[in-house]
Design a protein around this ligand. Sequence first.
Ligand code: FES
Length: 275
Amino acid sequence: MPNFPACAATCPMASFRSSRFDFPVGRIRRVASLPSNGGEEVDETKRNVLKLLAVAGLVGAGAGGLIGGTLQFVQPPTIGISSYPKVQLIDTDGSPLTVAKVESEYNVETSELYLFYYPLENEPNFLLNLYPASGTPNGSNGAENVPYGIGTHQSIVAYSAICQHLGCPAPAIAFYPPGTCPETPGGHTFYIHCSCHGSTYDVTNSAANLTGPAVLPLPQVLLETDAAGNIFANGMRPGSPPVNGHLNTLQGDYGVGATSQLVKETPVILCNFPT
Ligand code: FES
């Protein structure tokens, strides 16, 4: 049994309980006695029929209300979108993000995180350029020609920034540039690491899981460019699992719209791995 490191302060490990599940508790209410009929004779048959009709009406109304009330709790959330949109990425300065800008400003040694939301407003993703600033990669200082990579060296990729174990989001899960920690999971010197419990992912191979406790890869966002080099997100890699916490990647919040702007964050670095 591996020893998991203590969860970082940013881990969203507190148990989640929605107020939608707070069912109202019924109360017993006493009803005052009916007034006397003054001693008149009563047609018992007619009275019983009226009673039956009244009871049937109450039961029907009660059942309808109960079913309706219950259905509102069992219906799955309906917000979401029906298909993957093509979304233009915008740089932190508000200008369109281009391959040229990424290749000149961000590389495998960049220690800050660059995130964008896609396809929903609560689904953050890493934007990474794995090509080293120093030149040709040698396997330990960067990578090129990675699956679904774009750009001059096919080194620009995007992966979900929500861990596939228990859902810790960035910056608790972060990209570790070469030399960040002494550990080299699977022999990799740069990787995505989740500081909550230590899972690692291979950024050179569609974010395949390298070490647990997670077992699934991070979902990979498909990137593409137009003739001017502008970068777009357009779908997910075939075979990618859903974003953690979502029944599928298209359901669970609102779509991001036509554009999505990069957000810069400082990563949580914790060189503590399961043993
Ligand atoms: S949430 Fe547990 S390793 Fe990431």
